[in-house]
Every structure is written in structure tokens, then in C-alpha cells.
Design a protein around this ligand. Structure first.
Ligand code: ADP
Ligand code: MG
Length: 639
């Protein structure tokens, strides 16, 4: 928590400093430019006695080496761990002169102007680059700067150059040192916090992936902040904590990255990724333990700790690098899109790191690596993209599944209704039809014998009985949709017949009917059921007429299908009516049964076909029936 508050504090301070920096640029017309010094003298220190406290005045000129940083720095001989650097100060014609050293490699530093100690710091942790801005006074003109440095690493002394100039100007460069790393790191850290909080709200299945991504991003952010010289320069008291944070970030980053990889792509061949991750977790725990031991023993084991936490981890990092790249290449070749995205991100990061390292070696160490962080940004973006893709894909699957479930439920409900009706229809219709037929026969006999007025009543009774009989026929069709006699039906003949049956009803209702059917089209089915299916549709069209009704029927073949359009200009239907067509007992008519279209659907379904309706209120309705085309029978004649 305290670290977070610190980081926030640093971010705010930085913003303020940046504003200050901006205004400084505006007023930067300085008549006295800074002077860069790249040549100085060095001598190796001795480890005896008052090291670093006795300035080597008296030593002769020959014991000092001349150093030209442009030609490279002298290498630290083995067995030597300290050095003296001396620099003659040039003309200090500044209002407030200062000396600025961008990078000085050492763990323990003392800086003197002649015999006056102006700076001392002794780090108990291994972070060996100092950035120094030290004020001088005009009286120091022409004096000599002595810098004593001591280290445990294999590099020592000033890197590149020493700059002497106006304090107000040098401070800009000084503040900028590591600033972008801190800003980048803070941004990473904030993203990680947001990600982690959001991980708490999503399902448990994703928690581990999102949380490990959050750990990877947070650790990268902490690395970026704690690796830059910023904290060590401006908050040197926080140096030891920062250094511990750097190690902790590294210990958690490496296993978290492998864990995330395992979550995204599986544990690989021979579970190699899982095994590697387990090894990394163990190794990180071991390092953590040693970190604690070393801290508690007051840095007693610092060299061994440095070896396991830096040198060995470096090798593990390279191994991890190779393993992940090999797996990613394998998955990418198999066409795994996530692996390709990962390969692009990881490849960008790997490429920038390798290219920069090469350049660093070409420049003999006189180069500050900075691009690798932007490579990491690309990598982290790719990780976020992969995770988002996963979440979106899984979400889509859930949506598809629930749609499927809903469709299935509707189907089930419908088929249950059908089942009940089928049973009812079969039993009732059968029982009722026989007495009805008998009654009709007797009524007919009676009507032949009866006189005028009675005959009118009789014929009314007969027509009502016929209506009842029709309804029962509808029921029975529904109960037994399997066809008794199946034959090849010629659509021309069938539709001509249908037309002749329906034409009179159409005329009575003031409508017209046009049939367009081509010759040799055949389907398999029962002739009377087939007719009934289309009569039901056409009857509805006729019943929907208002004034000048019009029905257009067209029948044609397409590939191995027969398409039948029946179109009217009747009253049309709303979407909710359209949706319910074919539902048992669904009717909008006073005397309707609500069974007509249900029967039609059932018949067409049994013929392995389908019917679709489109309709617009006030414009008309169109039904499209698609049936499988059948072969013409051998005894058929061509027209
Ligand atoms: P019924 O004709 O006995 O009402 P149907 O199953 O044949 O039963 O039709 C159900 C309902 O669908 C009708 O009541 C009607 O509202 C609507 N409908 C069917 N075909 C048409 C059409 N061509 N134009 C307008 N409405 C139609
Ligand atoms: Mg009807």
C-alpha cells in the first residue's frame, strides 16, 4: 500500500516537474553553454587502509591512466574493486555552476573537490548506476574533482561523459533520467490493477487467466520503474525497497508468464510447459527464501543471492524464451489464430530485445537500452487481445447455446401440443364421424320426402353436417399424416384440379385466380392430402380478400426442388400473427377452426418439404413451399 502511495506521489511529482520542464524550455536562451568532458584520468584503488578517504594527491603522474570515453573505458582488472577518477574543472563562468554525471557505475561513491567531500553514498543493495548532479561554487574554478568508486560488479567509473554547466539547465536532463520508464511503469501498473479488479467479477474459469495476465502486466510495470535510475536518484532512501521490488517482480513475472501461456495454449507436448512452470514456481520460491535470508542477515549472502537471482534467472529466462517461441511456432503452424497473435507480440518484443542487445555490443556498451520496453508494450497488447478474443468466443458460444436451447424448447412445446391433439383427434373424430354419416343418410332420405319449406331446413341441416364432417376430416388428417397411398403426382394435373375446385369460391368472393405451372414436374405424395394442403392455403387467401382480390400461383422447378408460390393481395398479417401460423386452434376468424394451416404444415412436413410465409398488413401474403423433386414415373407421357 505504501509503495502504491509512493508511486502515486511520484507520478504527481513527475507531472509537476514536466510542466516545470516545459516552461524551462521556453526560457532556455542561455548565453553560457554547458561543457562536455570526455577525457579524464583514472587509477585503480588499493583495498587496504583508509580506502576512499585518503585522496591520492602525492602519487606521481605516471600512476594515473588517461581515459578517453569515446575510445572506450578501461576494464576492471580481476582482484580490483575500487578506483579513483580525477577531472580538472574548466572555467566555471556560470551563475551557479554544477557538475552532472549521467551514469556512474559503483556501489559506494565519494566525490571531492580538492579535499572537500561534496557527495557520499554507500548502497547496500546491488544497483550500480548512479546519476549525479552536484553543485559547485565559483571558487572551485581550476580545481580538481576526485571521485572514489567501489563496486562488486565488473564495471566501474564514469560512463560516456561529465557535463559542467548552469545548474538550472542541467537539472532538466537530470530529471528526465528514467522519467519515461517510470511513466510507462505506472501506466502498466494501473492497467494491471483495473484488470485484476475486473477479474474478480468474471466467472471462476477465467479468473486465473485474467489474474495471471494482471500479474504479468503489474510485474512488467514494476520492473520498468525499479530498473530505471529514477527512484535511486531522487528517492535514494527507497533504493533498497525498490531493489527488493525489482527482484519480487522478476520472481513473479517469469512463472506468471508461463502459467498464462499454459492457460491459453494448454500444457504442450509431454506437459513440458506445465513442468517448466512448476520448476519456475519452485525456483522463484527458493529465490524468495534467499531474499529473506539475505535481508535478515544484513546482506551477508549478497554475492550468492546475486548469483541465483540474476545470473541463473538470466539463463532460465533464455530457456523460457526458447520454449515459448518453439511452442508458439508449432501452434501457429497448426493455424491457431491466438498463437499467431502471440507470436506477433512476443516476436516484436524478442526482436527489439535482441536487436538492441546487438547494437549495445556493437557500441561496446556505450548505448542505453530503451526500445525493449516498447517491445514489451506490443507483447502485452497481444496478450490482452488473445484474452479478449477468448472471452468473446466463449460468450458467443454461450449465446449460441442458449438460442439453440430456446429453439429446442419451442419445438418440444409444439410437438407436445401436437401429440395431445393427435390423440384427441384420432379418438373423437373416429367416434363422431360414423354417427354423423348415419344421421346424414337419414336426413337425406327425409329431405327427399319433405315438402318445400321443410326441404330448405333439411338442406341447411345437411350443409351444417357437411361442415362438421369437414372439420373432422381436418382432424383425421392431423392424426394420421402418414399417407396411405403414395404415388408420383404431376403438379400440372394437381394444380389444374385445385384451380377448378377453388375458382368458383374465388369468383363468389369477387376475386381472380391465375395459375402458372410448367409441365413435367413431379413430387411424391398422396394426391388428396396434397390438394388439401394447398386448398387450405388458397382458402385463407380468398377469405382475406377485401375488394378486388387476386391470387397468383406459380409452380416451377429449381435444381432438385419444386417451388410453389401462392400470393394474394388480401388484408395481410402482423408479425405476431405470422409467427403463430400453424399453431393448433390459432384463428383470427369468427367461424375459423384454426386447424387449416396446421394441417398444411403437417402434410408438407411429411412430404419432406417446408412452407414459409411472408406478409405485410394491408398489402398481402405470400407462401413459398419447397418440395423435393421426384423422378417422372415410367408410364408418364410428355406434354
Ligand atoms: P382459420 O382459417 O380457420 O382461421 P388457419 O390455420 O387456416 O385457420 O389460419 C390461421 C390464421 O392465419 C387465420 O385466422 C388468419 O388470421 C391468418 N391467415 C392465414 N392465411 C392468411 C392470408 N392469406 N391472409 C391473411 N391472413 C391469413
Ligand atoms: Mg383457414
Amino acid at each position: 500500500m505504501r509503495l502504491m502511495v509512493r508511486i502515486l506521489h511520484i507520478t504527481i511529482t513527475l507531472s509537476l516537474l514536466l510542466i516545470g520542464y516545459g516552461s524551462n524550455i521556453v526560457s532556455a536562451a542561455n548565453p553560457n553553454p554547458s561543457q562536455e568532458i570526455t577525457k579524464w584520468q583514472m587509477k585503480w584503488g588499493d583495498e587496504t587502509g583508509n580506502a576512499g578517504k585518503e585522496i591520492p594527491w602525492s602519487e606521481g603522474q605516471q600512476s594515473w591512466m588517461n581515459v578517453d570515453s569515446k575510445k572506450g573505458l578501461p576494464e576492471l582488472p580481476s582482484g580490483v574493486s575500487s578506483s579513483w577518477t580525477r577531472i580538472s574543472l574548466p572555467d566555471l563562468s556560470y551563475v551557479s555552476p554544477s557538475v552532472y554525471i549521467d551514469t556512474l557505475y559503483a556501489l559506494h561513491v565519494r566525490v571531492y573537490v580538492e579535499d572537500r567531500l561534496i557527495f557520499e553514498e554507500n548502497r547496500k543493495y546491488i544497483k550500480d548506476n548512479y546519476s549525479l548532479l552536484l553543485p559547485l561554487s565559483k571558487a572551485d574554478n581550476g580545481k580538481t574533482l576526485y571521485i572514489w568508486t567501489k563496486t562488486m560488479q565488473d564495471r566501474i567509473g564514469i560512463k560516456e561523459s561529465v557535463v559542467i554547466g548552469e545548474h538550472s539547465q542541467l537539472i532538466n536532463e537530470y530529471i528526465e533520467n528514467g522519467l519515461s520508464d517510470v511513466i510507462l511503469g505506472c501506466a502498466f501498473f494501473l492497467v494491471a490493477i483495473v484488470l485484476f479488479i475486473s477479474a474478480l467479477y468474471i466467472s471462476k474459469d477465467y479468473f486465473s487467466s485474467v489474474a495471471s495476465l494482471a500479474v504479468v502486466i503489474a510485474a512488467t510495470g514494476i520492473l520498468s520503474i525499479t530498473y530505471s535510475p529514477f527512484i535511486y536518484t531522487f528517492y535514494n532512501k527507497l533504493g533498497p525497497i525498490s531493489n527488493v521490488c525489482l527482484d519480487l517482480a522478476l520472481f513473479s513475472l517469469l512463472p506468471a508468464l508461463t502459467f498464462l501461456f499454459e492457460k491459453l495454449f494448454g500444457s504442450g507436448k509431454f506437459s513440458i510447459i506445465r513442468k517448466f512452470r512448476q520448476f519456475q514456481v519452485l525456483y522463484s520460491s527458493f529465490c524468495l527464501l534467499f531474499l529473506l535470508i539475505n535481508l535478515l542477515s544484513n546482506n551477508h549472502y549478497i554475492e550468492f543471492y546475486y548469483f541465483i537471482s540474476t545470473t541463473i534467472i538470466g539463463f532460465i529466462l533464455i530457456l523460457q524464451f526458447i520454449l515459448l517461441i518453439a511452442c508458439v511456432v508449432m501452434f501457429s503452424l497448426k493455424g491457431n489464430k491466438d498463437a499467431i497473435v502471440f507470436a506477433i507480440g512476443f516476436g516484436t518484443a524478442a526482436f527489439t530485445v535482441v536487436a538492441e542487445l546487438l547494437w549495445y555490443y556493437i557500441q561496446k556498451g556505450n548505448y542505453d537500452l530503451f526500445l525493449w520496453k516498447w517491445g514489451l508494450v506490443a507483447f502485452i497488447i497481444s496478450l490482452i487481445v488473445i484474452l479478449e478474443r477468448r472471452l468473446a468466443y466463449n460468450h458467443q458460444q454461450v449465446v449460441n447455446y442458449s438460442r439453440e436451447l430456446e429453439r429446442f424448447n419451442n419445438e418440444l412445446e409444439r410437438s407436445e401440443k401436437m401429440e395431445i391433439i393427435s390423440e384427441l383427434a384420432a379418438s373423437v373424430a373416429h367416434e363422431v364421424r360414423n354417427p354423423l354419416q348415419v344421421t346424414r343418410g337419414f336426413l337425406q332420405l327425409l329431405s327427399e320426402k319433405s315438402v318445400n319449406e321443410e326441404q330448405i331446413y333439411m338442406s341447411m341441416a345437411l350443409s351444417e353436417l357437411d361442415r362438421a364432417s369437414n372439420i373432422i376430416t381436418d382432424f383425421l388428417t392431423f392424426a394420421k399424416p402418414e399417407f396411405e397411398t403414395i404415388s408420383s403426382l404431376n403438379l400440372y394435373d394437381e394444380f389444374k384440379h385445385i384451380e377448378s375446385i377453388m375458382q368458383p369460391l374465388c369468383h363468389i368472393n369477387g376475386g381472380k385466380m391465375i395459375l402458372d405451372v410448367s409441365g413435367q414436374l413431379w413430387v411424391k405424395g398422396n394426391s388428396s392430402k396434397f390438394k388439401q394442403a394447398f386448398i387450405n392455403i388458397i382458402k385463407n387467401s380468398i377469405e382475406s380478400f377485401s375488394e378486388e382480390g387476386f391470387i397468383y400461383m406459380s409452380v416451377y422447378g429449381e435444381d432438385d426442388k419444386v417451388i410453389i408460390h401462392i400470393k394474394d393481395n388480401g388484408e395481410g398479417m402482423d408479425a405476431d400473427v405470422l409467427h403463430r401460423l400453424g399453431e393448433p386452434y390459432f384463428t383470427k376468424k369468427n367461424k375459423g377452426t384454426g386447424l387449416g394451416l396446421m394441417v398444411t404444415f403437417r402434410i408438407i412436413e411429411a412430404m419432406q418439404g417446408e412452407v414459409r410465409f411472408t406478409s405485410k398488413k394491408g398489402v398481402g401474403t405470400e407462401s413459398i413451399t419447397i418440395l423435393p423433386l421426384a423422378e417422372a414415373p415410367d408410364d408418364s407421357y410428355s406434354l
